[in-house]
Design a protein. Structure first.
Ligand code: ADP
Ligand code: ZN
Length: 186
């Protein structure tokens, strides 16, 4: 019996610590899809308004238009004829993002997700573990440890604020390897 692939949808994830190039890689994949004349829709959570309302922007200033949403179900209302759905900062969504992405992939869409899998304590962040087990493809990217130059898999919070969600950039976080990572003691 010959099995011909049906080419349904799938989920791909780019994960890693802050400054590792997740957004850069997400933008690279989505721009290539646009060049191939695929219809792309991109979403980011309302919480992450760091640079620009209507765009996702990488730390090296590449950007692409996106829709700001607070509830993952809003994605379903915005996708129109999209072939490819991009999601940035997925860790900030509630767990309903998992069901939404699953149903998008089941209906034949390519879903490309970028997200931090670890919080400032090194713990799993939001829905990322469930998204990672749902994904067909996972790319792990790393930054460079600003203390020693080793591969950095952790986001070191520099401020003394508590709480899992403290939105900030190089003013509040830096990339660290496992040896140099020093999680705050509760
Ligand atoms: P992420 O989405 O993972 O936070 P971005 O894609 O927004 O990352 O930004 C990646 C860019 O961040 C790199 O191309 C580089 O210009 C910059 N950068 C800043 N600090 C570091 C670091 N410690 N290691 C690697 N890249 C860094
Ligand atoms: Zn280090």
């Amino acid at each position: 019996m010959k099995l011909t692939p049906r080419m349904g949808g799938w989920i791909e994830i780019v994960c890693g610590p802050m400054f590792s190039g997740k957004t850069e890689e997400l933008i690279r994949r989505l721009v290539r899809a646009q060049i191939a004349k695929q219809k792309v829709e991109i979403f980011k959570p309302a919480i992450d308004n760091r640079y620009s309302e209507g765009y996702i922007v990488s730390h090296n200033n590449r950007k692409i238009k996106s829709v700001v949403i607070s509830d993952p179900h809003e994605i379903l209302a915005h996708i129109d004829e999209a072939d490819v759905i991009g999601v940035d900062e997925a860790q900030f969504f509630d767990k309903s993002i998992v069901e939404v992405c699953r149903s998008l992939a089941n209906s034949g869409k390519r879903v490309v997700i970028a997200g931090l899998e670890k919080d400032y304590m090194g713990r799993p962040f939001g829905p990322m573990p469930e998204l990672l087990i749902e994904a067909e493809f996972i790319s792990k990217v790393l930054a460079i440890c600003v203390i020693c130059g080793d591969p950095a898999n952790y986001s070191q919070r520099l401020s003394h604020e508590g709480g899992q969600v403290v939105v900030g950039e190089a003013d509040k976080y830096e990339a660290r390897c496992r040896t140099c990572f020093d999680p705050p003691h509760p």
